[in-house]
Design a protein. Sequence first.
Length: 140
Amino acid sequence: MGFISKLKGALRKEDMPEEEYLEVDLSRDIGKKAKIVVRPFVLKSFEDVNSILEVLREGYTIALIDIRHLRSKDIIELKRSVAKLKKTVDALEGNLAGFGENVLIATPPFASIYRAEEHRVVGDANSAAGNPGNQKTQTY
């Protein structure tokens, strides 16, 4: 029995992992990056697009972009800005959508934007009875 107890003792020592230490840098704020931020932006010129894209590339920000100023100033520059935003957001696998006439919403890949159907046929009693002449179209 002495041989078996020695063998068990040797196996237990081999199974025990060596002590390993993990150094933790307490100066870093780990929780800051884990939160989702909804951040407003004002697009006044084409150059403002770069600061918006930097934040979107980090992946933790949903951008609400007010395009009113650029829209009233220069429509061509607005189109260039929107095209650049769209191209980069698509590359990041995010979403870009308009909200009203003056606001764009850009999201990272984990968030999606609800899009209702633009046109929906709504009928009355006559159309339900097979009379499509009285159908109405509503925009949602």
